[in-house]
Write a protein that binds this ligand. Structure first.
Ligand SMILES: *Cc1c(COP(=O)(O)O)cnc(C)c1O
Length: 480
């Protein structure tokens, strides 16, 4: 299926030559970025490496085209090829996820969530209000009806997972626009087990009666039972939305099936395409037929004009995800996360929920006497790229935090396996157990800095580099 290494090298080299002739600074930075990605042990749970085919599908004249509207119904002429591309991509998404409707235009995961919220409000609040008033569209409403509708639209309730339990800012939290659109309440996790307590979610939903129940996370290391959450949503008349931005690859790869596959249970599913799904940076919405028309109005009502070049890359990535090899990849992501988790636990790390059944592991670095900020820095100095993250009921708050989130999608793409994960667990444990909280210039303890032995950092970085050298990134791309 794949093209030859020499073809791929030639494609990227030529592209860079063309860019270099205009702005060498940019061509050099693109080249340097490859070197830097090749040299870093990337454990950021939300990142991955897209294939050369995905990358190349993005860099061309499709970018020149305006294509507001939907397939076959555009506000601009000359969209035949964009129609073809969006039709291919949506077809792959429908087949891959078993969904009746797929919308490929969102530019990112956050945009996909806004489209979904708009669609839910349009369908459940705006449409009945228009009908009551005998109006076809909002412009036909009287000032009085419009003012009532605006008030109603801005006063709906959303129930989502709390931020410190791993939920996302766009699930109704105050600093985000979703927190201004909705009156939000959240569910957390059980203080003992660290797991979602579905009985508490049910109780909260019964009392709060949300219009929207949102599930999905950026930092919860476990499966979620979407069948139970749908039952709860039905019981209180809520629309059930799942944001699978992080774990879409595990759904596509059939690791999450049955009750753990959100697509058959949710009314509407949003995702990014660049995390575990391994496509271009972007978003997507999947939904039941009753929401399809409202979702399709995402552009231009919520989104700016679609990016046809990125939709082309999404279509390529979705075609890749339909290959049997993608299911093997998804299973290896989880096997690797479990090996990492086992390796850390065996060495004495404290993990939120005591393990993982998805692509990510959350270390409670309080066990090492560190804040997340200190741990992140100590690991980075040793060549290990992670990010700090709040843990449930975090004593250090959302900025310093007490957690380190690590994920395996990227290193799994690179080809690392469970034996390498155990070695990495050893390196992480060694760095964290040697690092000491730092002090400010006046000698007071500092949550931000840490003191680590530079010799240890250098040695671990060297070991990490040796490990990576066995698994070249983009082996088919030689920029000379
Ligand atoms: C990453 C993420 C997003 C945001 O995606 P962007 O493409 O960065 O906009 C939204 N929701 C969840 C749960 C995420 O993890």
């Amino acid at each position: 299926m794949s093209s030859s290494p020499s073809t791929e090298s030639a494609a990227f080299r030529s592209a860079l030559d063309v860019v270099r002739a205009v702005e060498p600074g940019v061509a050099d930075a693109i080249t340097a970025e490859l070197a830097s990605q090749r040299a870093s042990l990337k454990l950021i749970a939300s990142e991955n490496y897209a294939s050369p085919a995905v990358l190349l599908a993005m860099g061309n004249w499709l970018s020149d085209k305006y294509a507001e509207g939907t397939i076959g119904r555009r506000f601009y002429a000359g969209c035949a090829q964009v129609d073809t591309i969006e039709t291919i991509g949506a077809g792959h998404a429908r087949e891959l996820f078993g969904t009746p409707h797929a919308y490929l235009q969102p530019h990112s995961g956050i945009d996909a969530n806004l489209v979904a919220y708009w669609a839910i409000l349009a369908r459940r609040i705006e449409a009945p209000a228009l009908e009551r008033a005998g109006a076809r569209q909002v412009n036909d409403l009287s000032e009085e009806d419009w003012s009532r509708l605006r008030h109603e639209l801005g006063n709906q309730r959303m129930l989502g997972m709390s931020l410190d339990a791993g939920g996302h800012l766009t699930h109704g939290f105050r600093p985000n626009i979703s927190g201004k659109m909705f009156d939000q309440r959240s569910y957390g996790t059980d203080p003992e087990t660290g797991l979602i307590d579905y009985a508490v979610v049910r109780e909260t939903a019964r009392e709060f009666r949300p219009l929207v129940l949102v599930a999905g996370y950026s930092a919860y290391p476990r499966r979620v039972n979407f069948a139970v959450l749908r039952e709860i949503a039905d019981e209180v008349g809520a629309t059930f939305m799942v944001d699978m931005a992080h774990f879409a690859g595990l759904v596509a790869g059939k690791v999450f099936t049955g009750d753990f596959d959100p697509v058959p249970h949710a009314h509407i599913v949003t995702t990014t395409t660049h995390k575990s799904l391994r496509g271009p940076r972007g978003g997507m919405v999947l939904c039941q037929p009753e929401l399809a028309e409202a979702v399709d109005r995402g552009c231009p009502l919520v989104l700016g004009g679609p990016l046809p070049n990125v939709m082309a890359a999404k279509a390529v990535a979705l075609a890749e995800a339909r290959q049997p090899s993608f299911q093997e990849y998804a299973q290896r992501i989880v096997d690797n996360a479990q090996a990492l988790s086992d390796g850390l636990i065996r060495r004495g790390s404290r993990l939120v929920t005591g393990g993982t059944d998805n692509h990510l592991v959350l270390i409670d670095v309080g066990g090492y006497g560190l804040t997340g900020r200190q741990a992140e820095q100590a690991l980075l100095d040793a060549g290990i790229v992670t990010n700090r993250n709040a843990i449930p009921r975090d004593p250090n708050g959302a900025w310093y935090t007490s957690g380190i989130r690590i994920g395996t999608p990227a290193l799994t793409t690179r080809g690392l396996g469970t034996a390498e994960m155990d070695q990495i667990a050893g390196l992480i444990h060694e760095v964290l157990s040697q690092a000491r909280p730092g002090t400010t210039s006046s000698g007071a303890p500092s949550k931000a800095t840490c003191a680590a032995d530079p010799a240890l950092g250098d040695r671990v970085a060297k070991q990490a580099a040796e490990l990576l050298a066995q698994f070249p990134l983009y082996p088919s791309v030689d920029l000379g």
